[in-house]
Design a binder for this molecule. Structure first.
Ligand code: NAD
Ligand code: TDX
Length: 342
């Protein structure tokens, strides 16, 4: 492993992976390949922009010719694919881009990667492919039962990874991560959205009764788990990367508000997300058996995350304009109005 293509590396988790790899492995070349959609942001890569083992290429993972050129120009031997449309609420509004990137894009990367002779292909997937679990926790062999267009398209991508391993003998690994949070997360996802809105004393739209359960994982722990799976995972295998720290949304919001010193009266119960998955939970003994350990607890991770958004307004204030405001209006205006707020 020497020349690693990090697709989707200008987004939240991909950029954390690129920042970690560039410093942890000076002997590797890290080439970020990203389309720079609304969620891609070169500011996320500023901390490594002058490092000699980092390069950036702009492009779409579903664009065959560009993928082929980049694999060849950089003599890529390994692909770690983070590129995705990643927000469930946007997939409910329309799923074209989700099918394009999360399913077709994965296929193009695999197909070009196979022709190019890749040594290793790691697909970053999600706990959402297991669907909503009323009780218990998913293990890697649990059935796939996605329930929204985002997760269905991610499951499609995964199945193609499996097919290229089984049919063509490609050396693939899949990781399935749980709800991730930390610095540089686009402020449409629950925590960065609520933190940045609460800083401005705005109403926080909590879907339904707020009793949905998510399994929270700090982004540095997520990317260190991907690193372990990349280096030690067996070909064709799948590894859950989970915080194993289940929390109700309403309690997550209360913890965050307490750290910001803001009142819980900012929370407004608004009409629920359509098809809302009530509960995600995964077991990650399989990855722990390879030596992965979390460095963060919920308390330390939340504290650091709240502090980061407080200290880095330069980063999120630039984002919260233009397209962001259009999306906010479409997603929240009617919901907040229904809750008696706007
Ligand atoms: P993100 O939306 O912050 O970043 C996605 C990145 O992919 C952006 O930089 C975007 O420009 C890029 N991209 C989108 N379409 C592309 C295309 N066609 N070609 C090239 N680049 C493209 O997402 P994230 O939260 O960092 O998630 C990264 C990966 O991790 C995704 O595959 C997601 O499914 C998975 N995941 C996310 C979470 C989470 O909680 N955020 C949890 C588990 C798994
Ligand atoms: O305004 C909100 N109000 C609210 O109550 C938002 C944005 C979210 N929520 C709820 C919905 C979920 O139950 O909070 C929970 C978390 O929501 P998101 O941050 O949108 O994440 P989720 O839908 O759980 O999906 C995330 O985890 C799995 C990521 O976005 C996916 O990319 C990942 O695969």
């Amino acid at each position: 492993m020497k020349n690693i293509l990090v697709t989707g590396g200008a987004g939240f988790i991909g950029s954390a992976f690129a920042r970690m790899m560039v410093t942890r492995y000076p002997e590797y070349n890290i080439i970020v390949y990203d389309k720079l959609t609304y969620a891609g942001n070169l500011d996320n890569l500023l901390p490594i922009s002058d490092e000699p083992n980092y390069k950036f290429e702009q492009g779409d993972i579903a664009h065959r010719e560009t993928v082929r050129r980049v694999l060849s120009d950089h003599a890529i031997d390994t692909v770690v694919n983070f590129a995705a449309e990643s927000h469930v609420d946007r997939s409910i509004m329309g799923a074209d881009a989700f099918m394009h990137t999360n399913s077709i894009g994965v296929y193009i990367l695999l197909d070009e990667g196979r022709s190019h002779g890749l040594e290793r292909f790691l697909q970053v997937s999600t706990d959402e492919v297991y669907g909503s679990l009323a009780v218990g926790e998913a293990v890697e062999s649990s059935p796939l039962a996605p329930r929204n267009p985002y997760s269905a398209a991610k499951a499609g991508g995964e199945l193609m990874v499996r097919a290229y391993h089984e049919t063509h003998g490609m050396n693939t690994v899949i990781t399935r991560g749980s709800n991730t949070f930390g610095p540089y997360q686009y402020p449409e996802k629950l925590l960065p959205f609520f933190i940045t809105e609460a800083i401005e004393d705005k109403a926080l739209p909590l879907y339904g009764d707020g009793m949905q359960v998510r399994d929270w994982l700090h982004v540095e722990d997520h990317v260190s788990g991907i690193d372990v799976a990349l280096h030690k995972g067996a070909p064709g295998e799948i590894y859950n990367v989970a915080g194993e720290d289940l929390r109700h949304n309403i309690h997550v919001a209360h913890d965050m508000l307490a750290r910001l010193g803001k009142p819980t009266t900012l929370l407004k119960h608004v009409p629920d997300r359509e098809g809302h998955d009530l509960r995600y939970a995964m077991n990650c003994d399989k990855l722990r058996a390879l030596g992965w350990k979390q460095a963060h607890t919920w308390e330390t991770a939340l504290e650091a995350t709240v502090a980061w958004y407080r200290n880095n307004e330069w980063w999120w204030r630039k984002i919260k304009t233009g397209e962001y405001l259009e999306y906010y209006k479409r997603q929240y205006a009617a919901r907040l109005a229904a809750a008696g707020d706007s």
